[in-house]
Design a protein around this ligand. Structure first.
Ligand code: AMP
Ligand code: MN
Ligand code: MN
Ligand code: MN
Length: 287
């Protein structure tokens, strides 16, 4: 049986990727992706362009976003798929979630200046494609360009994560709100890359049970953020909590992202793909 090559997690320059939605669609198609979703952080501005290009290229499309949420003292990402991109409450919720990013970036730049790294706000801005979406990734690219670190991963490790000078705690959306915005817009909420969080087992259990209590239905099993062991571990979690399973590269930029679009292993056969439950929401390419 043919398994759909679905890639339901990727970023354009409407958030912290480097390719336009059109170029990203072309790259996904060239990599053999058959069902694609652009999931920019807290933002839907790229959806119409992504959808139009995907369908023209012969690729099926699901609307997408990745919402930043604060839970138990950490940032958790919730991917929404197959919603109505015109839904007012979803758009208002995302707008509110984006609103603190500029001040946060100014505070990050002040922290970096305190260790002698000047001009990082202006430097990061040069990498920003959407003024409402300045992110840590843009700072990381600037710090690589200016020779402070050899690659973006070391920038995060040395400067942009908790306990380091460019890190600024932030209040993102609440878990229940993010899930509700997605659900009430007709989509399915998915816990993104669960292996990335640093929760205790008790906290992780609370994340999954509260997520399900709010009406969340999916978990990313195959993601560029997971090791092979985590692919197995979260396949088991999907079964344990009776969740739909998703697959997405989390591609951001050529030469920067570890995982290329459309190249992850297929979902294990014992799992139910989230795109089966989203069948009526998939926009079908003509060709
Ligand atoms: P922000 O939403 O501004 O907090 O930025 C979060 C983004 O930073 C994530 O979506 C990733 O693209 C990127 N990121 C987070 N941690 C790392 C890391 N350790 N290495 C590279 N990129 C990272
Ligand atoms: Mn990102
Ligand atoms: Mn993420
Ligand atoms: Mn992502």
């Amino acid at each position: 049986m043919h398994l759909t090559n679905a890639d339901l997690h990727s970023h354009s320059n409407v958030s912290d990727g480097t390719l336009t939605p059109e170029a990203l669609a072309e790259r996904a198609r060239a990599q053999g992706v058959e069902l694609w979703s652009l999931t920019d952080h807290d933002e839907l501005a790229g959806q119409a362009r992504a959808r139009r290009t995907a369908l023209a290229l012969g690729m099926d499309y699901l609307t997408g976003t990745e919402i930043s949420v604060s839970f138990a003292g950490q940032t958790v990402h919730i991917v929404g798929l197959g919603f109505d991109a015109e839904n007012a409450a979803l758009n208002e919720g995302l707008s509110a979630t984006r609103s603190g990013r500029r001040q946060r970036a100014l505070d990050m730049a002040a922290g970096l200046a305190s260790v002698g790294i000047e001009g990082s706000f202006e430097g990061a801005l040069r990498y920003v494609g959407n003024p409402e979406l300045i992110s840590r990734t843009h700072f990381a690219r600037y710090l690589v360009e200016s020779g402070v670190c050899p690659d973006t991963h070391s920038v995060f490790r040395r400067y942009l994560t908790e306990g380091h000078p460019g890190y600024v705690p932030h209040n993102w959306a609440r878990l229940g709100d993010a899930v509700r915005w997605i659900r009430e817009a007709g989509g399915i909420a998915v816990i993104a890359h669960p292996g990335r969080y640093r929760f205790t087992p008790t906290e992780e259990y609370a994340l999954f049970t509260e997520f399900i209590g709010h009406g969340g239905r999916g978990v990313e099993v195959m993601t560029g953020s997971h090791s092979p062991a985590e692919h197995i571990r979260y396949a088991d979690t999907a079964i344990e909590f009776d969740l739909l399973a998703s697959r997405g590269s989390d591609f951001h930029a050529p030469g920067e992202s570890r995982t290329e679009l459309g190249t992850l292993p297929d979902l294990p056969g014992r799992l139910t793909p989230v795109w089966e439950a989203l069948e009526p929401r998939i926009e079908r390419a003509l060709a």
